[in-house]
Design a protein around this ligand. Sequence first.
Ligand code: 5GP
Length: 140
Amino acid sequence: MASVFSRIIRGELPAAKVYEDDLTLAFLDINPASPGHTLVICKEEYPGLIELPADLIAAVAQTTQRVAKAIQTALHPDGFNIVQNNGAAAGQVVFHYHVHIIPRWEGDRAISYWRPGTSDPETLQVTAAQINAHIDKETP
Ligand code: 5GP
């Protein structure tokens, strides 16, 4: 079944569109964490970062920067968060790759993201080596 975002692309559902090109679309989140909270999506439907081809990751990243610059000029936030959820455990609700741009103002309480934990240097080294062993060095 088509995702809710694919239905927006097709014009079956309304959206407050911010920017569109051949590969990407940016529109305001229907439940904004702050004014100007924007979603940047890949028009082709992939569930998340793992599945998305590298050229489309690049296209979404370019649009994210383009829209963030416009938000900076239009709304003058003090900063912004770029958030991209993968998997229900990480809070993903719509399984169609998208990036959140969340403008932030000093003192706002828009999001509380993660609580810093603790680790020891040895555990960090072991985990880093474990991940590094699986890095695909063939694919650019
Ligand atoms: P996720 O948790 O999957 O990273 O984020 C999904 C986001 O999509 C949520 O912030 C939610 O408010 C937004 N959203 C869900 N359905 C719609 C919709 O129909 N229109 C718009 N504009 N945003 C939506």
